[in-house]
Design a protein. Structure first.
Length: 254
């Protein structure tokens, strides 16, 4: 399996990262994809890539919650890194009106800038869209037919929103919210395009049931997988095979 979204370079994992990686491997995780946040997280992220080659794969991007007054400087750094070496994707990028609405116009500017980087380097984009899913679908729609690809990470939208996203050729990242009793995903997941579903944790956040309230980690992808299998009236093995093939198609195309 592939955990397509995990921030295991953060301080939450400083004390026991080796054990976290080992538990992931033991649970069947072969690859852990690392979305960047901003200039403050690059060094730790790249250190994990060196320490765990062919397991940890970094991305390069600017998280919308880090879009502040200095966002142009941050974006310049993203561009410099993308020009300097290869990354798996452009991300984590996107939009967020949950925490702060101050920099909405700058968020949209940063979004378009990073979409252009994705097109330039032929990389998928990894989209965060909290409280902004319709706005973000609209932003992505402006690139229809231009070859932009990627995933709406932490998808918790409606059936219709899911269809709009997959009709654009984008994938849906399914994580811990799918296991929440009142998360509502039991009504949505059965109606999504199964060829566009990938699994993620967003570690250390959004920990799946029954560990909710504790730190999330890549090994818990199995809990998401099992819940998706339940919703689709399928087997865990079939969902593992399906979602891994989907993730490989997006991030590791042959």
């Amino acid at each position: 399996m592939i955990d397509t979204h995990a921030h295991i370079y953060l301080e939450h994992f400083t004390e026991d990262i080796d054990e976290v990686i080992n538990r992931a491997l033991e649970s069947g995780i072969e690859k852990i994809l690392l979305p960047n946040i901003d200039s403050t997280t690059i060094d730790q992220m790249l250190e994990l890539e060196v320490k765990y080659p062919n397991i940890c794969f970094p991305m390069m991007g600017l998280h919308p919650c880090s879009v502040k007054e200095d966002f142009e400087t941050e974006l310049q750094l993203v561009e410099d890194w993308l020009n300097k070496r290869s990354f798996l994707a452009v991300g984590e990028m996107g939009t967020d009106l949950y925490w702060d609405k101050t920099f909405w116009e700058q968020q949209k500017e940063a979004f378009h800038f990073q979409c252009e980087q994705g097109l330039k380097h032929d990389l998928p984009i990894v989209i965060h869209c909290r409280e902004t899913i319709d706005e973000t679908i609209s932003l992505v729609s402006s690139y229809k037919g231009k070859g932009l690809k990627g995933v709406f990470h932490c998808f918790t939208g409606s059936i219709e929103q899911g269809k709009q996203i997959t009709d654009l050729g984008f994938y849906l990242g399914i994580g811990g919210v799918s296991t929440f009793k009142n998360g509502g995903m039991d009504k949505v997941i059965p109606h999504l395009d199964q060829t566009k579903i990938i699994l993620e944790t967003d570690s250390p956040y959004l920990t799946p049931t029954p560990h909710r309230g504790k730190r999330n980690e890549p090994a818990y992808v199995s809990l998401v997988k099992n819940k998706v299998a339940e919703y689709l009236d399928s087997t865990a093995e079939a969902i593992e095979k399906l979602t891994t093939a989907n993730a490989n198609a997006l991030f590791f195309p042959s």
